[in-house]
Design a protein around this ligand. Structure first.
Ligand code: 5GP
Length: 253
């Protein structure tokens, strides 16, 4: 493989310089981390599954007119993406109480929320990605009021799309996190969905059994993470329907 310039290495992905200006190559690693990287492991096949799943969701979003950074999948672990200026906020959408919302407000996990709730966390590992209010975001200049309005609108469209996709295959979308980036088109800027959408950044529960099919399997030691992600990919038709166990990277191209 041609030698490429590594631009950034995160916990689950690496970004390389892309073949054309304004593009990047996003490489999905098998590394799993939780609790701000205090818990770590390597889960064989996770990167391959997340590459395919993120492609699936980003393509679906484009088809309904939600702009994303995804251009094309290059191989099992890599995809070509648009280079964006990442807004330093994690955008979380919640449909049911779970995780830090349950802890913060004393809500039982699985409680249906009155409506989808959008939260913002500052992307800062040293601080543990703290929850921030719109007041902080605007006062500190992380985004403008217009950006915030656009981010909420984008996040809710992603929520509708993802909730529908999951419901169709018997999975409840409890919550998820996305990242949003800014791109410039001439003098105009617009916000697009960036980073990844995969079971690493969603809570997905089987509707019938409540079984968790997302990164909580790793965070809470509930079983084999690759098996859970394989189940999601299989139900969505991203993998052959007879693939019931953790997919080996050689099984899919
Ligand atoms: P919570 O705030 O309850 O921990 O997380 C809410 C949702 O956002 C969950 O679906 C969780 O997976 C996702 N999420 C929150 N922070 C992160 C993060 O730093 N990385 C990833 N991959 N997902 C996150």
């Amino acid at each position: 493989m041609a030698r490429r310039k590594k631009l950034y290495e995160g916990k689950a992905k690496i970004l390389y310089e892309g073949p054309e200006p304004g593009t990047l190559v996003q490489y999905f690693k098998d590394d799993a981390t939780a609790f701000n990287a205090q818990k770590k492991d390597v889960i064989e096949g996770k990167g391959v599954l997340n590459n395919r799943l993120s492609e699936f969701f980003m393509n679906g979003l484009s088809q309904i007119g939600v702009p994303t950074h995804f251009l094309k999948r290059i191989n099992m672990r890599e995809q070509l993406i648009r280079s964006v200026e990442i807004i330093p906020l994690e955008v979380i959408v919640r449909n049911y109480a779970a995780g830090t919302l349950s802890e913060r407000l004393g809500l039982e996990e699985g409680t249906l929320l009155p409506r989808p709730i959008v939260e913002f966390c500052l992307k800062d590992d040293n601080l543990g990605d703290p929850l921030v209010a719109e007041e902080h975001i605007i006062a500190f200049g992380w985004a403008t009021q217009q950006d915030l309005d656009d981010m909420v609108a984008l996040a809710l469209r992603v929520n509708d799309f993802m909730s529908g996709c999951m419901l169709a295959v018997g999975i409840r979308l409890v919550d998820f996190k996305i990242e949003i980036g800014r791109v410039w088109e001439g003098d105009f800027q617009r916000l697009i969905v960036a980073d990844e959408i995969s079971p690493d950044s969603c809570r997905l529960w089987d509707i019938e059994t409540g079984k968790k099919l997302d990164k909580d399997v790793f965070r809470r030691d509930l079983g084999n993470l690759a098996d859970a992600y394989t189940e999601v990919a299989r139900r969505l038709g991203v993998l052959p329907t007879n693939a019931t166990h953790a997919v080996k990277p050689t099984l899919i191209n």
